[in-house]
Write a new protein. Structure first.
Length: 841
């Protein structure tokens, strides 16, 4: 069948499945009314609306007697109390924007400002109240539906807009450091390549979503340094595999980022502007416009960050635009468009501690994300979604000329050496000498990665009573692009079925299965199940409060990246022509398979001190199998590949060969002391080990004559050792205080010693610049302090001091991080209803 015919048949599958799950018909059924403004909207002037719902606690139990206040433009319109079933109702309402405030003794008050009620509509809005001052979030990442965090068996953390505002960080990655189970490493200063290791998994094992759309590179990696905190409203971090809902790449966990919406900023536009300047000629500016006009809401922001950084040839620029535009043609329907475009440039001086002089390389890139989604409540118990996303990523790395002193050891052309250095590891070992910085060849040398991921997904949610929810979903994704000289084009399909059950607001069960039909490795099924059981229900009057136990089991998979697929054993043989294809047929060589994880965790959450404090303990175990390694021809034979096949490869090939485990424990303590003081501390213990490997390092470790008897992995860890860059001990601290016009936030990151390599060759291509891997990268402690002073209701002064202790440290060995530095500036807010009242006073 021709490719065009295949694509046509696939598109028919999409439409057929969309009809099956109900997303397409319900949305299409609503669209004529939206576009033609049918009788529900035409007679808006003469019809009145209704707003009603239920008030519940985080476990789903109803709350009678709650005070519910309805306001519009700051004016109170009505006030009622919830009945014995927790229900409230406001009738005879005109079309417009409303605010709702719910209060009940013993519960934290809740205010909702983003309520649009079309003419004649009946809108249902259920409200959850938290017990005590600790936040209880409603999350969607764990189950693809809105669920209170207290009802989840998954390990999930939430960062909201208040965290971004209080900590005043430039990049999202800085806030992620305060969460348990996450290790983040950045090469050098701002903008340096940043990797995330979640619960010991590889840096490509975490799925990253923006408003429901995947934004990872093909193969799973995501560079967190590209994401400024611009216009981010909330972040959910799930520390469990979830390939059921999100398919490939959700091997260790999922991070979902939600863009700020404009509806909560009322019908009068709100303008925000922030400017900061500081060390290393750093300047940050951000301007935002937010608001809503009847059924339309808008939020738009542009930010620019420039710094010279602390190293030569390490200047960084990031310009980011974000837009979020919504339309609610009825109380039951919504269409939303999200845009995010980033342009960046970075000088890359390489590992200055290893070479003693900076390289002259540079990287430029851009990221463009477009997400169009529709949601429709066909009935109160049935809602459907459809989403299209397009993600375009491009980066160009250029080395214009060789750097260093030319040296020709064997008469075959020069290599280029760095300056003489002494390298001291965190394990106490040291070496002195010179390493090869650049190799010979033609210059300038350029490496380009240019990829596009486009996806169409549908989802249908059915609520069967108050206790059972079922979700059905389908996703089609086209991936295409190039990395260097290699190109790919893939069409992938995913299907899932997921359910949640609530028994007496005490036992909460979630289970599902996902099916992945991948263009590279074919069909795979992934299950998951989670349980949450409340041993003791929370009561506002008790010191020793709610007790919940959690369990999670699930599997995850990851597709190969462009290089791994192109240099896989199957692809190498296929590219040899008829002889290679004959070997494929004769020995039944299959395409490269997915990398896998089988994981479970067990946890307990204990609230105490009248729900002002919470202690969480989680034990986790991940077993990563079929991890892709590049094996030499001799290593392929040891793996079990026939000699004839291995010898046909020019140098070797990528295969699924490695196995490693990552198990450990997470502890998190959160406390609200009152009077504006709160604290959060986390600690993670990680026991990660390579169990199986056929890499050249694992089979034939390197020996540096300076350290006799100590095997060294030059480019990969040895069997029995820890994976590179994963510390066994990490922790974080957050102390926040606010009073009147002042607020102070102290954050800390604590990282133990990590295994790694220098990855260096001496002038004669020898191992004399290598150090033993174990504990090579020293541990570090980093404290940051931010302070806010509110001069006026619309003007706030901000100061941020990073690395308060002025410690020298490296997140990636050889790349020094910034020492003590600061930023200071102001934030101005103008607009909204209050500002316009001031004008006409």
């Amino acid at each position: 069948m021709r490719r065009g015919d295949v694509l046509k048949s696939r598109l028919l599958e999409i439409i057929a499945l969309g009809i099956f799950v109900g997303s397409v018909p319900s949305l299409c059924g609503a669209l004529p009314r939206w576009l033609l403004f049918g009788d529900r909207l035409v007679f808006a002037a003469s019809s009145r609306g209704v707003l009603e719902g239920r008030i519940t606690d985080p476990l789903g139990a109803v709350i009678p007697g709650a005070s519910v206040t309805l306001s519009r433009d700051g004016q109170i319109l009505a006030q009622v109390r919830s009945d014995e079933q927790g229900r409230y109702r406001f009738a005879d309402l005109a079309s417009g924007l409303y605010q709702l405030r719910v209060e009940r003794q013993g519960f934290a008050p809740r205010e909702i400002r983003d309520i649009f009620l079309p003419a004649g509509a009946a809108r249902v809005l259920d409200v959850m109240l938290s017990v005590g001052p600790l936040r209880e979030e409603i999350v969607v990442t764990a189950t693809a539906t809105e669920v209170p965090q207290a009802q989840l068996g998954a390990a999930i953390a939430v960062l909201d807009e208040s965290d971004f505002r209080a900590q005043a960080k430039v990049h999202l990655l800085e806030l992620l450091r305060t969460l348990p189970g996450l290790q983040i490493t950045q090469t050098g200063g701002r903008g340096g390549l940043t990797s995330l290791f979640l619960r010991g998994g590889n840096s490509s094992f975490t799925k990253v979503l923006l408003d429901g759309a995947p934004i990872n590179q093909i193969g799973g990696f995501f560079d967190l340094s590209t994401l400024l905190g611009t216009h981010i409203e909330r972040v959910e971090v799930m520390r469990n595999p979830n390939s059921v809902l999100y398919g490939s790449d959700a091997v260790s966990g999922v991070i979902q980022i939600f863009t700020r919406r404009g509806r909560e900023y009322a019908r009068i536009p709100t303008f925000r502007y922030a400017i900061e300047g500081g060390s290393y000629h750093s300047v940050r500016q951000e301007a935002s416009l937010l608001g809503a006009v009847r059924a339309f809401d808008y939020s738009s922001s542009f930010s620019r960050y420039d710094t010279d950084n602390h190293l030569p040839n390490h200047a960084y620029h990031n310009g980011t635009y974000v837009g979020n535009f919504g339309w609610q043609p009825s109380a039951s329907s919504e269409v939303r468009l999200v845009l995010r475009h980033t342009v960046m440039a970075l000088g890359t001086p390489n590992a200055l501690d290893f070479y003693g002089l900076p390289d002259d390389s540079a990287t430029r890139g851009r990221e463009t994300y477009v997400i169009l989604s529709g949601r429709h409540h066909a009935t109160r118990r049935w809602q459907n979604q459809i989403r299209f996303s397009s993600v375009h990523s491009m980066s160009r790395s250029t080395n214009p000329a060789p750097t260093g002193e030319p040296f020709d050891p064997f008469g075959f052309g020069p290599v280029y050496l760095g300056a003489p250095v002494t390298i001291v590891g965190g394990n106490g070992f040291r070496v002195s000498g010179r390493a090869i910085l650049d190799f010979g060849g033609s210059y300038p040398q350029t490496f380009v990665t240019d990829t596009v991921r486009q996806a169409l997904s549908t989802q249908s949610e059915v609520r069967m009573g108050e206790s059972l929810v079922g979700v059905f979903g389908f996703r089609y994704e086209n991936e295409r692009g190039r990395s260097g000289a290699r190109r790919v084009s893939r069409d992938n399909f995913s299907y899932f079925l997921h359910g949640q059950y609530n028994l007496a607001a005490r036992l909460f069960v979630a289970a599902g299965i996902g099916f992945e039909d991948n263009a590279v490795f074919g069909f795979e099924a992934n299950p998951r199940v989670s349980l949450a059981y409340v041993l003791r229900r929370g009561e506002p009057s008790r010191w020793w409060n709610e007790t919940k136990v959690r369990f999670y089991f699930g599997t995850g998979i990851k597709e190969p990246n462009i290089f791994q697929e192109g240099s896989s054993l199957f692809a190498v043989l296929r590219d040899l022509g008829p002889s290679g294809q004959a070997l494929i047929a004769r020995f039944r060589i299959a395409p490269i398979g997915p990398e896998r994880n089988r994981a479970f965790d067990l946890g307990v959450d204990q609230n105490f001190a009248w729900n002002r404090a919470r202690l969480s303990l989680t034990l986790f175990h991940n077993r990563f199998e079929d991890v892709i390694e590049f094996l030499s021809r001799s290593a392929l034979v040891q793996l079990g590949i026939p000699m004839e096949v291995a010898q046909a490869t020019p140098f070797g090939a990528n295969v699924n060969a490695q196995t490693f485990r990552a198990r450990g424990a997470e502890v998190e303590l959160t406390a609200d002391f009152g009077r504006g003081l709160m604290a959060r501390g986390t600690y993670t213990y990680l026991d990660a080990r390579i169990l199986r490997s056929f890499s050249s390092d694992a089979l034939r470790p390197t020996l540096n004559p300076a350290f006799p008897g100590i095997p060294i992995g030059t480019f990969a860890p040895l069997v029995g050792a820890r994976p590179f860059q994963r510390a066994p001990h990490t922790g974080s601290l957050l102390l926040a205080w606010s009073r009147s016009r002042w607020s102070l936030v102290l954050t800390g990151s604590f990282v133990g010693r990590r295994d790694t390599s220098t990855f260096l060759s001496d002038p004669f291509f020898g191992p004399s610049m290598l150090l033993p891997n174990r504990n090579l990268n020293p541990g570090y402690q980093k404290l940051d302090l931010s302070a806010h002073y509110r001069v006026h209701d619309r003007v706030t002064l901000v100061t941020v001091v990073e690395n308060v202790l002025n410690r020298r440290y490296t997140e990636v060995f050889g790349y020094p991080a910034p020492k003590l530095n600061f930023r200071a500036g102001a934030r101005v807010t103008w607009g909204g209803v209050a500002a316009w009242r001031d004008i006409f006073r």
